[in-house]
Design a protein around this ligand. Sequence first.
Ligand SMILES: [Zn+2]
Length: 430
Amino acid sequence: MTLLLQNGQIMTRGNRLIKGDIWIEAGKIKAIGQDLARSQKFVKIIDLKEQLVTAGLVDLHVHFREPGFTYKETIKTGSLAAARGGFTTVCAMPNLAPVPDTAQKFQDLKKLIIRDSVVKIHQYAPITSNLNSDDLVDMSILSKLGTPGFTNDGVGVQTAGTMYLAMKEAKKNKRPIVAHTEDESLLFGGCMHQGVTSEYLGLPGIISATESSQIARDLILAEETGVHYHVCHVSTKESVRLIREAKLAGVKVTCEVCPHHLILTDRDITKDHGQFKMNPPLRSEEDRQALINGLLDGTIDCIATDHAPHGSDEKNQSMTQAPFGIVGSETAFSLIYTEFVKTNTFTLEQVIDWLTIKPAMILNLPAGRLEIGQPADLAIFNLTETYQIVADDFLSKASNTPFLNKEVLGQTVMTLVDGQIVWSKEEMLE
Ligand SMILES: [Zn+2]
């Protein structure tokens, strides 16, 4: 099968934007150039009408909820949501039921992924059995079975000794520790950021140190063990400061930030509603500015969504009752493009970097490169027309996001995985 994507604005590796065509054959990029239709007879030609073509986006942090919570999301619907957002490679968290903490459970889950996913899923294994124990999983066998790293995302590793032993074992197996950092002894039943809004709404607050103090502990342990330590969803200015200092000191640390923490603060929480509840919570404006600056100076390495679908009944209640998390796969690029590229805070090249090659490099994933010979994993975006984020359009089972009804640019119009169209706006296929 030969496919020609004609007349695109192509963001090639090295972030050069060129006008031209992409020749796809046997699932790979065979050529990039001008007027390629002249050199070959293609089975199919799609006119991109000068829309942006990038390498398929890479997300290091999604929750697909299967097995165990398929009323929230499945591998099928989660992967379709990723595709609709332009993501072609994602890393899925292991807070499932059962937790894939043994070779057998991990392999069973991989079978479901192969059966149902429309994008490339790299499944994380947990650090400890059942996510909440202090018993390390068999990192050697789970590494051989393909986990890109070890994470208990959803909960922090509470005991320093357990984290230390986990880091030593992960290092031996050449895998990173991917950390959700949250010291539960500093949680005090909090459900949103401790600040003016939590006081105004009369809700229990989560202090920034709940996150940053565990990062401080882990950075010292990472220095001691030499492990690659990746911090999930950094949200506070203290976390950014600590990671910046650790990088300068030579600690092998990387980290990610979520679109919602870059765009919203606790001041955007207008009422006590579960739609605003996520972990970590929306922080202060100072924190938000520190996250933006952290991306710009290289302290923060990439953007990840923490796509966390929940049922509408679960989220449609007080923040004290609702579960933590919002969906993010289908809105990430549009939100970042609209909020930061259109306002000249970030360049398009930076944003594409943070959503493709940078996350791929963190976990050594074979993804994020638009170049000849690479798999034809591509995303095409419309940068000129505004559209509205509408729950009914979501391919995710869930629509729990505070960004509903927002007008944005940067709609995904087509996504290809290994040269196959896995998502497309209908008009692109006419
Ligand atoms: Zn988390």
